[in-house]
Design a protein around this ligand. Structure first.
Ligand SMILES: NC(=O)c1ccc[n+]([C@@H]2O[C@H](COP(=O)([O-])OP(=O)(O)OC[C@H]3O[C@@H](n4cnc5c(N)ncnc54)[C@H](O)[C@@H]3O)[C@@H](O)[C@H]2O)c1
Length: 280
């Protein structure tokens, strides 16, 4: 079988580590050329080397996606190099803690701006510009966003969840607007994904309240979901979809509240008892 992304040019954001890095590796394994950006130069250079060692075409540039002028510079570079993007993966996303919040109820508008600029405004601007180019070439394309199950479910980080909910609506708006140009727009909503340092080796994180396998999702499964959504072979007729890859984590409250519980899952039964005590 032909590789699923043979001949495709992909632009990924935040590919230096973790989820987007896995997407880059999985897409390269399916024949795509990988252009990627990250704010962290050392991580980017390491992945560039790693991708090239697999025989993939790869190019890294240091870009801060929350900075519109930096995105413009990236787009000028792509135009100069005559690189036309077929697949865009907007992966970068930060929460308030990563931006310096120290208390849950902290009111710091500067942090809110940074989260929104990074998770929503920068990616939206990049998407608008890349899709404009896709429209001009008439080749169509595929656009992915990394959302989160926290676009629907409580996380306790208001601005993060709010930004992801907005990303969910951006996906639906753009899916309709860009469909006439044969551009598909979809998203992936991960549950808890194991954070990795440098490579994908190492022990997975046990996560008791995840129904499927009671562990965190490994980044490679987000990478493969991205291949699925980006490939015409699987997803030619799919747009405006947000695929949950969470081991069932987002179903937990529902399961616990409604029962009956699968007998092997002690934690679910305990949770159900606690719910019944609380809510009657
Ligand atoms: N890890 C999880 O459990 C999880 C769960 C749900 C959703 N998500 C979403 O998936 C996406 C990827 O998450 P992750 O856990 O792999 O992230 P991560 O924090 O592990 O890695 C993010 C990468 O983006 C880079 N980056 C950060 N800010 C940047 C900026 N302004 N410009 C360019 N690069 C920047 C970082 O250097 C890093 O390499 C995010 O949108 C996140 O919200 C993650």
């Amino acid at each position: 079988m032909e590789q699923l992304l043979q001949g495709k040019q992909v632009l990924l954001t935040g590919a230096g580590r973790n989820i987007s890095r896995s997407i880059a590796l999985e897409m390269a394994a399916q024949g795509a050329s990988i252009y990627f950006v990250d704010i962290d130069e050392a991580q980017g250079e390491t992945l560039e080397k790693e991708l090239r060692e697999t025989g993939a075409k790869a190019q890294f540039r240091q870009v801060d996606v929350s900075d519109i002028s930096a995105i413009d510079k990236l787009l000028r570079h792509l135009a100069q190099e005559k690189i036309q993007i077929d697949i865009l993966v907007n992966s970068v996303g930060v929460d308030s803690w990563q931006m310096g919040q120290t208390k849950r109820d902290e009111i710091d508008v500067e942090i809110w701006h940074r989260v929104i600029n990074t998770n929503l405004l920068g990616p939206l601007y990049l998407t608008r510009m890349v899709s404009k180019n896709m429209i001009e070439t008439g080749k169509g394309g595929s656009i992915l966003f990394l959302s989160s199950i926290h676009q629907w479910f409580y996380k306790g980080d208001t601005i993060y969840s709010g930004s992801k909910a907005a990303v969910g609506m951006v996906i639906e708006e753009l899916a309709v607007q860009l469909a006439p140009h044969n551009i598909r727009v979809n998203g992936i909503a991960p549950g808890y994904v194991r954070h990795l340092t440098g490579n994908e080796k190492g022990k997975n994180l046990p996560l008791r309240n995840t129904p499927l396998r009671q562990q965190a999702v490994e980044p490679c499964y987000i990478g493969r979901a991205a291949v699925y959504l980006a490939s015409d072979y699987f997803s030619y007729c799919t747009t405006g979809t947000i695929l949950k890859v969470d081991g069932g984590l987002s179903l937990v409250n529902y399961l616990a509240a409604t029962g009956p519980m699968p007998s092997s899952n002690h934690w679910l039964r305990r949770l159900a008892r606690r719910y019944r005590r609380k809510f009657g």
